[in-house]
Design a protein around this ligand. Structure first.
Ligand code: FMN
Length: 330
C-alpha cells in the first residue's frame, strides 16, 4: 500500500499557468496562505506525523490537528466508530494529548515543515477557548487555529456553542482577544439554518469558517438490542453527509464574505470542485483518509487534472459558480 501511496503523491504535469493557491485569512494582518485548497480534516489525520513519513506532507495545502483541549483526554470507551452504508459514525470523545504536549512535542515538528499546520481547539467554556488561543499564540510551527464550536456549552446546559449565534459569537470574540493568529471557526450542521451562525461568527471576527462538522447519528445493534457505540450517539461523516455539507456551504457562502472551508464527504477531486462551485475556498479531506491514507494527495492530483482538462487556472475562476442564476449557454 505504501508503494502505491508513494506513487499516488506524484502529481501530473500542471497547466503552465495553473495557480491553485488560496488565502484563508485575507481580512487579517497575518495571512493564512495555502499552496492549494486541499486540507486534512481534524481528527482524521492525527497530528500528521504518521502519514508524513509515507507521503509528501508539504504538497498539501494545510494540515489540521486533532481537536485539542486544555487537558489531555482519554476519550470514550470503545467501540468508538462504526461503519454505515455510506459513511461512518464516530464518538471518539475528543481523545487528545492536550495543549501542553501539542506545544512541546508536535509544534516543533510542524515548524520544520513548509505546509501550514492549523491547531484545532475545543473548550467547554468560553474562557477555555480563550485560554487555548492564548497558549498557542506565537508558538513556532502553528500557522493558525480552527475553533471547533460543535461542543456542549457547559454553562448553557449543554446546548452546543455552534447552535446559538450569541454563544458562537462569544467564543469568537474570546479567541480574537487572545491571539494574533488567523483563525477559522468550524460550524455544526445541527441547526435549522446555518446562515445566522455564519454571520454571527464573521461579525465577531472570524477570518474564515469551516462548514460543516459531523451530523448527529445513531445505530442500534439488533442482536444486543443496544446502541452500537456505548456512548449511544455519534457523528456521521463520509459520503452520506456530502449533500448536507454542500447545501450548508452554499448557504453560508451566500451571506459571508470571509472564506468558507468545505468539510463533509469529500472523496474525489470532483467533490472538491462541487464544493468550490458552492462557494468554498478550500476543502478538507476527512473520512476518505480512513479508506485510503493517500486520499488527500490523490484528491489534489484529481483536482489538478480536472482544472487542467477544463482550462481552469485558479480557484477564483470557479468559486461560487453554482450561485449564478443565469443558466449557462455554452
Ligand atoms: C474519527 C473522527 C474524529 C473527528 N475528530 C474531530 C475533532 O477532533 N475536531 C473537529 O473539529 N472535527 C472532528 N471530526 C470531524 C471531521 O474533521 C470532519 O469535519 C467530518 O468528519 C466531515 O468530513 P468527512 O465526511 O470528510 O469526514 C472528526 C471526524 C472523524 C470521522
Amino acid at each position: 500500500m505504501c508503494r502505491d501511496g508513494m506513487m499516488a503523491t506524484q502529481t501530473p504535469p500542471k497547466a503552465r499557468d495553473m495557480d491553485l493557491s488560496v488565502n484563508l485569512a485575507p481580512s487579517h494582518k497575518v495571512e493564512l496562505l495555502l499552496r492549494n485548497p486541499i486540507m486534512t480534516g481534524s481528527g482524521t489525520f492525527s497530528n500528521g506525523l504518521e502519514l508524513a513519513s509515507h507521503y509528501d506532507i508539504n504538497a498539501l495545502g494545510a494540515i489540521v490537528s486533532k481537536g485539542t483541549t486544555l487537558q489531555p483526554r482519554k476519550g470514550n470507551p470503545t467501540p468508538r466508530t462504526v461503519e454505515t452504508p455510506a459513511g461512518m459514525i464516530n464518538a471518539i470523545g475528543f481523545q487528545n494529548i492536550g495543549v501542553s504536549a501539542l506545544i512541546r512535542d508536535i509544534a516543533p515538528v510542524w515548524a520544520r515543515w513548509s505546509v501550514p499546520a492549523i491547531a484545532n481547539i475545543m473548550g467547554y467554556t468560553r474562557e477555555e477557548y480563550g485560554a487555548l488561543a492564548a497558549r498557542l499564540d506565537g508558538v513556532p510551527g502553528i500557522a493558525g487555529l480552527e475553533v471547533n464550536i460543535s461542543c456542549p456549552n457547559v454553562e448553557a446546559g449543554g446546548l452546543e456553542f455552534g447552535q446559538d449565534p450569541h454563544a458562537a459569537a462569544g467564543v469568537v470574540r474570546e479567541v480574537a482577544a487572545n491571539t494574533s493568529l488567523p483563525f477559522i471557526v468550524k460550524l455544526t450542521p445541527s441547526v435549522s439554518d446555518i446562515r445566522p451562525i455564519a454571520q454571527a461568527v464573521e461579525q465577531a471576527g472570524a477570518h474564515a469558517i469551516t462548514v460543516s462538522n459531523t451530523v448527529p447519528a445513531m445505530m442500534i445493534d439488533v442482536k444486543r438490542r443496544r446502541p452500537v457505540i456505548p456512548n449511544g450517539f455519534g457523528g456521521l461523516s463520509g459520503p452520506a453527509v456530502k449533500p448536507i455539507a454542500i447545501r450548508n456551504v452554499f448557504l453560508s457562502a451566500s451571506v459571508v464574505s470571509i472564506p468558507v472551508v468545505a468539510s463533509g464527504g469529500i472523496m474525489t477531486g470532483t467533490d472538491v470542485v462541487e464544493f468550490i462551485m458552492a462557494g468554498a475556498t478550500a476543502a478538507q479531506v476527512g473520512t476518505a483518509t480512513f479508506l485510503d491514507p493517500s486520499a488527500p494527495w490523490r484528491i489534489l492530483r484529481e483536482l489538478e487534472a480536472w482544472c487542467a482538462a477544463e482550462g481552469v487556472t485558479s480557484v477564483d475562476e470557479i468559486r461560487g459558480a453554482a450561485h449564478q442564476t443565469e443558466p449557462r449557454r455554452d
